[in-house]
Write a protein that binds this ligand. Structure first.
Ligand code: G6P
Length: 476
């Protein structure tokens, strides 16, 4: 059934699983909100301030009913999830069904009808919250795999809206998507949008095939006419590769305190000639095991030694109540412990493993310290860490540093001067790591300069602007 626009609606409504703010608890016990870090929020905040924007999302804790509030020139509309819904919709269907299914079934996806019921129920709740927030004729931009049913649900409630959807993770090939018992419902959910955005052209092509097979939608040149209620509308599905906000990274890279911190890090590691760096959420899609295996074998073979090279692996805690993530942590920590037990000396370590999240200042210092950045994802929608490294290394006069980048990360479509690898090919990965370690500065500089220009001209502001313009929404 239809819903009337609210009396006081917003012209641009972003709908995402997570709200754009995090709660911070102060020493005196009081709490306040702080804008979340991360490119999406940074990119959309200024547009939201200009356009009278609202953000609909979950605040990350179970069983909390919060009233809408304003923060930082943004209107925030919290959606509540019960503890059971966190289990079934978030940890279950989103992160133990869709996440592994969409990432090439690296881990086996689990299909449970109870999880699907919760997913549908929670998607209805998000759609209703968006319908109650958007002004007449407003634009609603739905984000990511947790909310694939929202576009069609919202169109039924509010046919007056412009609806966009962006999938931040890969969209799988038909043969893999076919496993999903609710494949038709997901296709119909997405087809409620006017514009569907994907990271890679191959993701958009996968969706075109899936939409044909499971919904009969024949996309041509990325678009199809859909008949509904005796009217016809156009649905587009195209690639819009996401990027990062380079300005704060470049500023920090030029900050003498951050540069000093980078020198300190190298010294604390015992001044190895080469610092290799991995930065990931602790996720089985990131290929952390493959990276550690390759590095370990290079030590076994004597092609690297611990006084020459050290691998710093930042693995930020993620989805810790989902089984496959628990198992991954066990595996990684066993592998790191074994390797360090074998090769560490009093003054040097093979792998400095850090199971923490760090503030952006510390991350930039790490990027500045790292001679070689290892991004070995087995499948990744984009991988913004690769782009952050390039933005930081390309900021100074030196333009040095080597990026080893998996061809299975979306970023490989833009960062063609990286050393591209197939992380499943351990011998190839080992040789590529050695090529990176031994690359002369001139060649490293040439590659980094080209990539840094790519990122500078294709930042996240351009991404959001292009998406919203294509959707038919002016953002000026
Ligand atoms: C990926 C997804 C996002 C998600 C993020 C963190 O980047 O595309 O939608 O928010 O991971 O995961 P989390 O489960 O903590 O939100």
């Amino acid at each position: 059934h239809r819903q009337d626009p609210p009396d006081q609606g917003y012209d641009l409504v972003v709908v995402a699983n997570r709200l754009a703010v995090d709660r911070v608890t102060h020493d005196d016990g009081t709490a306040s909100w702080r804008r979340s870090p991360g490119g999406l929020v940074t990119a959309l905040a200024p547009i939201m301030a200009r356009m009278d924007g609202a953000w609909v999302g979950w605040n990350g804790a179970p069983d909390e009913e919060l009233e809408p509030f304003d923060h930082d020139q943004m209107h925030l509309v919290p959606v509540a999830l019960s503890a059971d819904e966190v289990q079934d919709y978030y940890e279950g269907f989103s992160n133990a069904t869709l996440w592994p299914l969409y990432h090439d079934v690296i881990a086996p996806p689990e299909f449970h009808r109870q999880w699907w019921d919760a997913y549908r129920r929670v998607n209805v709740r998000f759609a209703e919250a968006a319908a109650a927030t958007a002004a007449e004729g407003a634009t609603v931009w739905v984000q990511d795999y947790q909310l694939q049913l929202v576009p069609a649900l919202l169109r039924t409630l509010r046919p007056d809206l412009r609806i966009g959807f962006f999938n931040h993770i890969p969209f799988p090939p038909l043969e893999i998507f076919a496993q999903l018992p609710w494949r038709r419902e997901v296709v119909e959910g997405l087809m409620g949008a006017d514009l569907l955005g994907f990271q890679r052209t191959s993701d958009a092509a996968n969706f075109h095939r899936v939409a044909k097979r499971y919904g009969g939608y024949a996309f041509r040149s990325g678009q199809v006419e859909v008949e509904q209620d005796q009217t016809s509308r156009t649905v587009r599905a195209e690639a819009f590769p996401i990027s990062i906000d380079t300005t704060p990274l470049r500023q920090l890279a030029a900050d003498p305190q951050v540069q000093e911190r980078a020198r300190q890090i190298r010294q604390d590691l015992g001044n190895p000639q080469t610092i290799l760096l991995g930065v990931d959420r602790l996720d089985y899609t990131k290929g952390i095991r493959h990276r550690i295996k390759a590095f370990g074998e290079l030590l076994d073979d004597g092609r690297l030694t611990v006084d020459r090279a050290c691998l710093v692996q930042v693995a930020s805690p993620s989805r810790e109540r989902v089984d496959s993530y628990r198992q991954l942590r066990e595996d990684i920590e066993l592998a790191v412990g074994r390797l360090n037990g074998t090769y560490d000396t009093m003054g040097h370590t093979a792998i400095r493993y850090l199971h923490h999240a760090y503030p952006i200042e510390e991350m930039v210092a790490l990027y500045l310290a790292a001679d070689v950045m290892l991004v070995t994802a087995l499948r990744d929608g984009m991988n913004l860490v690769a782009k952050e490294y390039v933005a930081v290394r390309g900021a100074g006069a030196a333009h040095s540093g080597v990026l080893v980048l998996s061809e299975f990360a979306g970023a490989a479509d833009q960062l063609k001067q990286a050393l591209l690898v197939n992380p499943h090919d351990i011998d190839g990965l080992k040789d590529t790591i050695m090529q990176a370690v031994e690359m002369d500065t001139k060649e490293a500089t040439r590659r980094m300069r080209t990539m840094s220009r790519q990122i500078a001209t294709h930042d996240v502001n351009r991404w959001s602007k292009e998406f919203l313009e294509r959707l038919g929404t002016g953002t000026a």
